[in-house]
Design a binder for this molecule. Structure first.
Ligand code: SAM
Length: 278
């Protein structure tokens, strides 16, 4: 079996030493194994932009409620899945490619008392078997950027959903051609080999069979978010070094800085898309 720590996706430094969440919990006085409220975890477990506000958007736009079963594709350490379950009372299956992130996600779900609602699965979404059209909604935050085979991706989304179910995606979009440096950074530091324009995105989702495809252009909002995140991280560098050590700090500094340059360059943008399976 390949070592998860050397898998190519680890070139994105957000995914290095993900146990760092436990450093933050220790700082707050939580001992190993202590119960942790979801609202405490949300400060550290949302690997996308605008934290739980973005998850609230999904709950609102997909009208997620306690009777629903939601699939989250690319669930990271489980932040959005736990928050959806906590807020809407829904069942969530959290599917994550990387075993180390998945294990931490499962452990945090146990510690936050949500095992009845949130189920963690490890695997590649493109290899997942949609045995039944079982989900009422499929949500994904900043995971599809790692999956260049969009035809298989959106077919799989379609096949996992019940008729009438909702699709909610937050992802990169291409506003203009990337410079060679941007292309290189996307591939070598973000593990992103393909970014569609908003029009291409809509066409691909429609081609899979979805209807009512709508999107918001998040580019300006996310550019401000990543700038604020980078500045705050740098301003707090001494504290970050004390809590997490040099490897984590250097990695996150590089990752946050790269994302800020990409968005501020104006060629990379962001999209929040919803659609419905007829
Ligand atoms: C930027 S993180 C976002 C995590 C989570 N959605 C969140 O917002 O906190 C994207 C995640 O997608 C996962 N991912 C990428 N490709 C995947 C695939 N083919 N199947 C399942 N997960 C995948 C990555 O391993 C990573 O944890």
């Amino acid at each position: 079996m390949t070592d998860p720590q050397t898998s190519p996706i680890k070139t994105m430094k957000l995914y290095i030493q993900v146990e760092r969440v436990f450093n933050e919990l220790r700082e707050l006085g939580f001992a190993e194994g202590d119960a942790v409220p979801v609202d405490t975890l949300t400060r550290f477990d949302q690997y996308h932009y605008e934290g739980t506000d973005a998850v609230e958007e999904a709950i609102h736009k997909c009208k997620i409620n306690a009777g629903h079963h939601v699939l989250e594709v690319g669930s990271g350490i489980g932040g959005p899945a736990r928050y959806m379950a906590h807020k809407a009372g829904c069942q969530v299956t959290a599917l994550e490619l990387q075993p180390d992130l998945n294990n931490i996600g499962r452990y945090l779900t146990e510690r936050s008392g949500l095992t009845d609602l949130v189920t963690h699965q490890v695997g590649d979404f493109l290899e997942a078997n949609p045995a039944q059209q079982q989900y009422d909604a499929l949500a994904s935050w900043l995971a599809f950027l790692h999956i260049p085979d969009r035809e298989s991706l959106f077919k799989s989304c379609f096949d996992h959903l019940k008729p009438g179910a909702s699709l909610y995606i937050e992802d990169f979009s291409k506003l203009a051609p990337f410079t060679p440096q941007e292309q290189q950074d996307l591939e070598s530091k973000i593990y992103c080999h393909y970014v569609p324009t908003p029009a291409e995105y809509v066409a691909q989702v429609e081609a899979a069979g979805f209807e009512d495809v709508q999107f918001d252009d998040m580019s300006d909002q996310w550019t401000r978010f990543v700038r604020g995140r980078f500045d705050a991280f740098q301003a707090d560098r001494e504290r970050q070094l004390r809590v997490h050590g040099e490897t984590v700090v250097e990695g996150l500094d590089d990752f946050y800085g790269t994302m800020t340059s990409l968005y501020e360059g104006g060629n990379l943008g962001g999209i929040r898309l919803t659609a419905r399976k007829p």
